[in-house]
Design a binder for this molecule. Sequence first.
Ligand SMILES: Cc1ncc(COP(=O)(O)O)c(C=O)c1O
Length: 466
Amino acid sequence: MSSTAAAAGHNDPGVIQDYIDRGLRHLWIHTQQINDLRREGEYVVVESGEGIWLEDATGKRYIDAMSGLWVVAVGHGRRELVDVAARQMSQLSYANPFAYASGPAIDLATKLAELTPPSLNRTYFVNTGAEAVETAIRMAKQYQWNRGERGRFKVISRMGSYHGMTLGALSVNGAAMINRAPFEPLLPGNIPVPNTNGIGALSNDKTGLDDVFWADYVEEMVRFHRPETIAAFIAEPISTANGSVVPSARYWQRIREICDTYGIVLIADEVIDGFGRTGRWFAVEHFGIEPDLMTVAKQISSGYAPIAGVIASDKVADAFEGGAAEAFVGGSTFGAHPVSCAVALANLGIIEREGLVANSRDTGAYLGEQLQAVVDRHPTAAFTDGVGLMRQITLMRDPEKRERFAPADDLAHRMPRLLRAHGLLTRAVDVIQVAPPLCITRAEVGDLVDRVDQVIGAFEKEMGIA
Ligand SMILES: Cc1ncc(COP(=O)(O)O)c(C=O)c1O
């Protein structure tokens, strides 16, 4: 990596500064406050990657401890995927998805039917997770319409969940970090319900309630809002935005029963969970349920090409058969892109061939034990949770009293700076995300965990907490 970077001249401080200056002027980085990025040392230009490693333009190496954004399952720098993309571009670089199929799209859809639970058999390809969520909501509504249930427009979603930032996805978004206010009014008919661990003052920690209580609560809300007005229920089978809490199988089975009883489409948003992140191909497998629609993205291609999809059950897909009025009209210009489909199929081939789902389960369990040992060593490390290779450590000023750090403690800047200084790229405020590529080895986990340990040690030193 370094030799290529040096050859391109990117280790030259003048070249790097020019990059940063132009980036600050012209590139709108998602989510970040530009003023924060103007601070010395805050602007990172990532230049290359290999395996679990990333290298920036200065030549500094980092472990990619969040797989980008829970994306890069097979690791960086896979030549095989580059070759597949190049071959597909030379053969067929684009096909109009409103009119034709391509071989790679058919092959990928067939593969997804094989990998997902038995009732899910037809995929509608789009480009991003949010677009998949939008499409699933629209599909659920038209499913209801096609079967004569024309008053069903409401969508139940959970507080603390993240489903994307387009306006429809935002309407069902309940993540605490997202301020929805500037974008209101959003889609009418959203019914927010508490997540599996309750919410705020009503969290399970404080009330002693279990997650099945919150599934029963969904039924109360369905009755209150009248079932004949409700189209869908959407949730991540295991939510990371909400603290990687793994719900009980009974929670999900209750949700499935409620959806069946009241004719509600159950949408499982597997955009983060899917393709092995939780130690199973799909997180719904942990709970023994099958959704009516499943949204997928991210690890489907390991980020080597943008692609996402909605996988429909036979029950839903069948309701779209009939005449012109029943068809699911509309689409997306780059949907089912042949290059993205070919790359995604080859990526799933690597996940299968290298046993990365089992590695996520087993090496993920090892990672969990190691993170627990870190928690045991540090007074501010309150707990670790998660499953597979989707884990977190939560920091608190006083874990026993459940006292959180205050905004004035500035963890939002402090933690990313300390992580970078120790060669880790991941997201952290008071929750450190630990979700490395699924190809990580036990030895690499050791290295990663040592660094997390050092980061928390350095943090406690800075804060004067020993
Ligand atoms: C569960 C879930 N759904 C949807 C999305 C939106 O995906 P995208 O950013 O590709 O639009 C995300 C993104 O992180 C997600 O975590």
